[in-house]
Write a protein that binds this ligand. Sequence first.
Ligand code: F41
Length: 327
Amino acid sequence: NENGEVDAAPESNESEYLSPVTVGGQSLNLDFDTGSADFWMFSSSMPLSQSQGHSTFNASKSSTWSVYKGASWEISYGDGSSASGTVGFDTVDIGGATVTSQAVELATGVSGSFTSDVNNDGLVGLGFSSINTIQPQQQKTFFENIMDDLEQPVFTADLEDNATGSYNFGTIDPSEYTGDIHFTAVDKSNGFWEFASDTYTVGGNKSQCQTCSPAIADTGTSLVLVDDDVAAAYYGQVSSAVYDSSQGGYTYNCTESLPTFGIAIGSDYTATLQGADITFAQIDSQTCFGGIQGNSGGGIQIMGDILLKQFFAVFDGGNETFGVAEK
Ligand SMILES: O=C(CN1CCCCC1)Nc1ccc2c(c1)OCO2
């Protein structure tokens, strides 16, 4: 089988997790993103002004590289960032799991937030290829390419709080979790690991959300972005909380103890966050920025790293299910 395991190292501000990937013999640190489906890297064919500080992939130095003539890609993410470029095929090795002809996208241009995030050399999209942006023909993700060669058609994410975790392809390692894994059915029609999430709890009190948008498991997003009425209900229980449009979200006094927050993972499990695990950043001597924020009516609830790092997450491409376990 083709199983593989790599570290997932948190960036300094825990805004993302980076993992070593070898492409055509060249190693880069990439952001594994279950919320998108493009595999792209900073490349030697970018202006230095954009790639300064990054590792770049140099196709001319890879003996296994082949160009996908006439193909291109262009992606924009929910946070407004974007990237675009050209396409080829090469051998990709992630912790021993190897795909010999993976569609690999080389950036010729990226937006400012990618340039300034110098530890991030690109992304491994682990969503579904129906949202891959390669033209004229969409290409499969690394996981879709390798799934049938794995011991089990799964990958797992053990993201940690201020510590290095791991991504595992092909096995569910029992040493990485405790108790049961609570699975729910995934609807892949929007290209995401999407599932129903109709209830939430604040301080242990259960409520039904008014709109109840479906949720996605998104390792590439830092925060938990819930329906706006859910965010308002949560921060309504935090006495110093205000919505600060200059910060783009709810802030509160760092000394205030926060209530727990639970979100339904399908219909029979609620993933509960402790108040102490909900703050995302301290923005000045007294003020903190919450890790739970509204989705501005976006129509999907995004379960990002603030939640995922408190659990062991299983992405099952065989059953098309998503599961979490305590750890
Ligand atoms: O854009 C992302 C994640 N994205 C992953 C790839 C790197 C750049 C950041 N998440 C996101 C998704 C929806 C959003 C949002 C952010 O802000 C408002 O709505």
